[in-house]
Design a protein around this ligand. Structure first.
Ligand code: KG4
Length: 330
């Protein structure tokens, strides 16, 4: 059973082919243009998707050795994301599904991130808890079944990825900053500086206070030491990364204990962070929990995760509607 998956929610155009739930190809065209502007420019993103979508899908099919006539369904990201970007993938998926006379499967982008660990041989057992940390979302999700997700907590303002990106921008780092901060942090002292942590009830997150604390700290230091950032970049990155990880895991740990789960997972672009991955492994060791961390290529936006989420929807006969329109917010 062959599924073609299409992902175009933000600034990566991606297509993947899965046969009986096993990944055959996963092609990603990233858009470098946004680095010039310090963030994703929606209009440029949708134009780039229009240019990329046909070649990306063609290469994914070719690499998998699958013809359009051999497809059984087309899974696509319906949202959340940027409207113009989503429209390209959604329209393309609909057109191809009509032409190939196969059903559509709608996938929520966030569910894709949560399901990314199912692309590996070591699949989580239900129920499991997933820390979903991407550029636009930070959530504590209880995954009860393939198609049953309970969001126990989420950010009330910025996401963890935004905290990395916005603080990185303050240090003059190019967008997206998460991976660069991760790399610089490995050379710094994580205890060098202290930044504010939020006091938000339940399992919700907030990162805007940390951002402000980081901004004011830099502003004060730069008054007396103009090259403070250059002199302390690695320590700044290590301390910032430690603070973000502590904020994320303090709530996640509490939620996992309260829910009594024995399996934990992580998903989303920030799950590529080496400090977070190590901290999750340590957390698993502390409680004897089974930890599921997706391989790097499935952490940032990719169609493989949309394909695996779509595969389980296919098995549950959850097909989409040709009239479905994209949604921008969850
Ligand atoms: O999941 P993703 O590709 O996009 C959304 O669906 O939102 O996540 C992108 C985010 C960016 O904020 C980027 O800075 C962050 O993931 N990121 C990282 C790392 N690699 C990417 N953050 C921390 N450490 C990393 N190694």
């Amino acid at each position: 059973m062959n599924i073609l998956a299409i992902e175009s929610s933000c600034d990566d155009t991606s297509a993947a082919v899965l046969t009986d739930g096993s990944l055959k190809s996963n092609i990603i065209a990233s858009q470098k243009i946004h680095a010039l502007y310090g963030g994703v420019v929606p209009e440029l993103a949708s134009r780039a998707h229009q240019q990329n979508i046909v070649p990306v899908v063609s290469v994914a099919l070719k690499e998998a050795g699958t013809g359009v006539h051999e497809l059984d369904a087309i899974a696509y990201t319906r949202g959340p994301g940027l409207l113009g970007s989503l429209l390209v993938g959604v329209s393309f998926a609909k057109g191809l599904a009509l032409g190939a006379n196969v059903p559509l499967i709608e996938v929520n982008h966030l569910e894709g991130h949560v399901m990314a660990t199912f692309l590996t041989d070591d699949k989580p057992q239900f129920p499991y808890m997933c820390l979903l940390v991407s550029g636009g979302n930070s959530q504590v999700v209880k995954v009860v079944d393939y198609n049953h997700f309970e969001v126990l907590g989420q950010t009330i303002d910025d996401a963890a990825g935004e905290a990395f990106d916005k603080c990185g921008k303050m240090m003059g780092l190019p967008y997206p900053c998460g991976a660069i901060i991760d790399q610089l942090a490995s050379q710094g002292n994580a205890q060098a500086f202290t930044f504010a942590k939020p006091h938000v009830p339940h399992y919700d997150y907030s990162f805007s206070g940390l951002k402000t604390s980081f901004l004011y700290f830099l502003r004060d230091q730069l008054k007396t030491t103009p090259d403070f950032i250059e002199l302390h970049k690695a320590d700044l990155c290590a301390s910032l990364q430690r603070t973000i990880i502590e904020i994320l895991l303090e709530k996640f740990e509490r939620a996992c204990i309260a829910e009594g789960v024995r399996e934990i997972a992580v998903g989303g672009g920030v799950s590529a962070n080496s400090g977070l991955r190590a901290a999750l492994v340590a957390l698993g060791k502390k409680y004897g929990w089974h930890v599921h961390i997706p391989p790097f290529q499935f952490t940032t936006d990719n169609a493989a995760m949309i394909g695996i989420a779509g595969y389980y929807k296919y098995l549950a006969h959850q097909f989409g509607d040709i009239e479905a329109v994209p949604f921008t917010k969850n």
